[in-house]
Write a protein that binds this ligand. Structure first.
Ligand code: NBP
Length: 471
């Protein structure tokens, strides 16, 4: 019997996705460059409908046509190596799916290149880590719509299901759209994490709340409007003690150097390329970068003076204010993320369905959260909504929580606790709601030193001021 679909790459993600697909009643062909990995999978899962191959030729022969092949290898050169090996063996109409964390520019180029040979290429964002891959990830596939239709039944079965039973997968758009949306998802994930980390830092270092109590606070927050996977795991993390036996909270023994694999940075890079403000996510990328300068920070901590201001607050009230500030920050971050998606949809001609994107993030992925439903609702009410903040639900959050956000940023700033994303959120809100920004002075400066010209508020046209003429 031929396999219904093949998976290349038997590292953790490929193996778990293959097992997930098999568990939904499909026969799955599997292949890995290093045969030992395939053998190991077969040894551990001999009872499953898996068809192992130990050469690319046999793998391609093992699949029913049109062939559907999911590539789950390290993004970059490995993906190209796999495509180059497969390509001569494929037929027109076959579908390749790249489920790696691939840069969307690469996906656009691969889609165009393969399209010339009649091979369909889907770039698919996969979120939810290894457990998501096994039990139900959130999937963001982009490429030829006809190719998506060939794989949709499988993807719908293996994806996570939201509370209303809807699968967390949808056709995102042509060529690189799926990987782009996954990239912005990851950027939003960076923002969410940093906003939570700053909230923890303020409550711990300014309010002096201990780790056990902080765990309870996050668990409590998770019962309300902040309900989300990341708040949930934060409550759990803060309750955990050293697994090596010191009795200390594990968080106190983990080195404060925030690593990254690049997707948050890509998201910021493209926001810059598109000219769209995305300061909360970008500050979260910078926060990781500055955390990596551990030796410099340790040295500077001994030299650079602390602030000399006193801070006045009620600890109990501060907890609630930080909760409100965190939610405010999250709303600003998503407003920026969706604005970036709107700009990208226009620039790359993708026709993204914003409400649907929030819908498929409701389960399976790292940013899954109750409040995504509010985003879906907002775009369902008004598919042309320019900024989430203009939807009444989000305008109301801003109205209710902006003062807490301001106070928390002020307290943290006075106390010398860095709050790059919370303060970026407040600044973004204030910039976005300001009718006249000081860009009038900026335009004057540019015109002064570079004759760059400016527009006037009272008449049409382009003007240059005689700056060097005495008045
Ligand atoms: P890795 O990213 O660690 O990649 C290992 C796989 O790539 C192995 O199967 C390896 O084969 C194969 N490979 C390499 Br490396 N170079 C190759 C080449 N030149 N030709 C053929 N195969 C090659 O695996 P992973 O952690 O399972 O992730 C797979 C993809 O999924 C990545 O793009 C990752 O970014 C993405 N992703 C990961 C997560 C997660 O939570 N880990 C979540 C979402 C997406 P070998 O055994 O022969 O070395």
């Amino acid at each position: 019997q031929k396999a219904n679909i093949g998976v290349v790459g038997m590292a953790v993600m490929g193996k778990n996705l293959a097992l997930n697909i098999e568990s939904r009643g499909y026969t799955v062909g599997i292949y890995n460059r290093t045969s030992a990995k395939t053998e190991e999978v077969m040894k551990d899962h001999s009872d499953k409908k898996l068809v192992p191959s130990y050469s690319v030729e046999d793998f391609v022969k093992s699949l029913e046509t049109p062939r559907r092949i999911l590539i789950m290898v390290k993004a970059g050169k490995a993906t190209d190596a796999v495509i180059d090996e497969l390509l001569p063996l494929l037929d027109k109409g076959d579908v390749l799916i790249d489920g790696g964390n691939t840069n969307f520019h690469d996906t656009i180029a691969r889609n165009a290149r393969l399209d010339k040979s009649g091979i369909n290429f889907i770039g698919m964002g996969v979120s939810g880590g290894e457990l998501g891959a096994l039990h139900g990830p959130s999937l963001m596939p982009g490429g030829q719509k006809s190719a998506y239709d060939l794989v949709a039944p499988i993807l719908e079965k293996i994806s996570a299901k939201a509370e209303d039973g809807k699968p967390c997968v949808a056709y995102i758009g042509p060529n690189g759209a799926g990987h782009y949306v996954k990239m912005v998802h990851n950027g939003i994930e960076y923002g969410d994490e940093q906003l939570i980390d700053e909230s923890y830092d303020i409550l711990r270092r300014v309010a002096g709340i201990d780790v056990d109590e902080l765990s309870n606070i996050f668990k409590e927050w998770n019962k309300g409007e902040l309900n989300s996977y990341l708040i949930d795991i934060t409550g759990d993390i803060l309750s955990r003690k050293d697994d090596l036996g010191s009795g200390k909270p594990i968080v106190d023994l983990i080195l404060d150097e925030g690593a990254n694999k690049g997707t948050g940075k890509w998201s910021s890079e493209d926001a810059l390329a598109l000219g769209v403000p995305q300061s909360v996510i970008t500050e979260s990328v910078y926060a990781r970068f500055i955390s990596m300068l551990k030796d410099e920070r340790v040295a500077a901590s001994k030299v650079l003076p602390k602030p000399g201001l006193s801070v006045d607050f009620d600890a109990k009230e501060l907890v609630e204010k930080v909760r409100e500030a965190l939610y405010f920050g999250k709303v600003m971050s998503y407003a920026q993320g969706f604005e970036q998606l709107r700009f990208a949809s226009e620039e790359y001609d993708w026709d993204l369905k914003f409400g649907e994107l929030a819908q498929i993030w409701r389960e399976g992925c790292i940013i899954r959260a109750q409040f995504l439903q509010n985003i879906t609702d907002a775009f369902e009410k008004d598919p042309k909504l320019t900024n989430l903040l203009l939807d009444p639900y989000f305008t109301d959050i801003a109205k209710k929580y902006q003062d807490s956000a301001r106070e928390v940023v002020a307290i943290a700033t006075k106390a010398g606790i860095p709050v790059p994303t919370l303060s970026a959120a407040v600044s973004y809100y204030d910039s976005y709601r300001t009718e006249v920004l000081p860009a009038n002075l900026l335009q004057a400066q540019r015109d002064y030193f570079g004759a760059h010209t400016y527009k006037r508020v009272d008449r049409e046209g382009t003007f240059h001021y005689p700056w060097y003429k005495e008045q």
